[in-house]
Design a protein around this ligand. Sequence first.
Ligand SMILES: Cc1cc2nc3c(=O)[nH]c(=O)nc-3n(C[C@H](O)[C@H](O)[C@H](O)COP(=O)(O)OP(=O)(O)OC[C@H]3O[C@@H](n4cnc5c(N)ncnc54)[C@H](O)[C@@H]3O)c2cc1C
Length: 458
Amino acid sequence: MDKTTQTQPIRPSTVDGERQSSSHERKVARVAQMLRTRKSTAPLSRQKRVVSHQVPKVNDKKYTDEKVDLMDFDEVIEVDVERRICIAEPGTPFCKVVDHTLPLGLVPIVVPELKTITIGGAVAGCSIESMSFKHGGFHDTCLEYEIITATGDVLTCTPDNEHSLIFQMMHGSFGTVGILSRLVFRLVPAKKYVHLRHETHRSIDSYLESIWYHYENRDVEFMDGIIHSNTHLALCVGDFVDSAPYTNRYDWLKVYYQSTAERREDYLETPHYFYRYDQGVTNVHPKSFLGRLLLGKLLGSSEILRLAEKLRWFLLDDDRPDVTVDTFLPFSKLKEFLLWYEKDFNHFPLWCVPYRRVHDYEWLTEDFWKGMKDELMVDIAVYGMKQRGDTNYYRLMETKLAELNGVKTLISYNYYPEDEFWGIFNRPNFEAVKAITDPNNIFRTLYEKTCKASMGQG
Ligand SMILES: Cc1cc2nc3c(=O)[nH]c(=O)nc-3n(C[C@H](O)[C@H](O)[C@H](O)COP(=O)(O)OP(=O)(O)OC[C@H]3O[C@@H](n4cnc5c(N)ncnc54)[C@H](O)[C@@H]3O)c2cc1C
């Protein structure tokens, strides 16, 4: 029986939108029917059209799991200029969303920096970007999710209906609490260009002071940074503008993160600003100028990740993987973290994204939040560090983050012992939601999926 809930979903407001909506409903019915009639209880992974922006792992079980086909869930259903909302399917990449909204003078509030990150992956995998210092992550800009449960029910979930916990737990769920099949999210006015100023700071204290100043005064629209070292920290602040004296783009020969050390200001067309890191944030491919000259136009993040997945047996090493890790730290602990990081890791540059704590996420434990006094957090991302000696740098990071009341997203290699893991991630809330959305655990628990199956175990 289809237990569609009482809450009425947000509907499109145009005939075109209604037409797209009917086509969407047929896709949902197909997937729900498949799940309702599926006999097997073997784990199930999603199949979507664009590449995954998880760090590819050689033995990830997602490559051999049975699949649920979500390939055609990649349409924008409607952009409603009046209500400033977008209704879209989860496999829609941000570049396609922006193609629909920007000609109407609007963009999503959070546009992650790689072109083909999808809106569904951004919710389930905690995507952020340079407006996050005001708005939090992409999830925090969403109004409604439609979710297909593992047993084929279709739920409308909002922050304040009877499924509010499911709505909140979809964030950071890495696909373990059901299938996100439709999203409604807010849009903001945008202009044609972005004007950037790159501040250079020679001490951590001065960097922190400036981040705090912009955070408190809200005097810029965008803020992120590249930490080239602890004595060379670039803070990149920017605003939408209607005109530009010149423009730069960083999708072929020029490398954006390098420009933050060389330039004081810059102008980019808005889409080029959003995807300025698409050839790699700080781990750019191809690395050499000649390589970029020959192949740069052909190799964006999507192509690089696709190649890494296809050639994973030759290119990657699950025993000593390079370190790519995304961390969230309380702002007040950033200095201590950077001093420790320089001593123990010393791999620069780092990407730095201030992130407002707009909500105490239900997927983290009460103990985690009890220790958190800061209203501002900072995402520090490490890309492509070679591990040295016998140290497991992933584990070293996990241990240090626990000490500093930080957390990492689960996009790469995770080595948490299970009891430690559930001291950070909120098991009772996951179990409460799973009982409704995945009672037979076909999408695996968060621990099983991110700490075991992704590395070929369990
Ligand atoms: C090299 C690299 C660079 C990155 N750079 C950035 C960056 O610049 N900015 C940024 O914000 N983030 C960045 N990230 C992190 C990225 O935002 C997250 O990994 C995000 O989850 C990727 O989304 P995706 O669309 O690729 O989804 P996927 O990787 O395909 O999926 C992410 C998770 O969400 C689940 N999922 C996907 N679709 C659904 C659905 N419909 N229903 C339920 N669950 C679903 C999947 O099962 C998976 O566990 C980077 C990651 C990597 C590996």
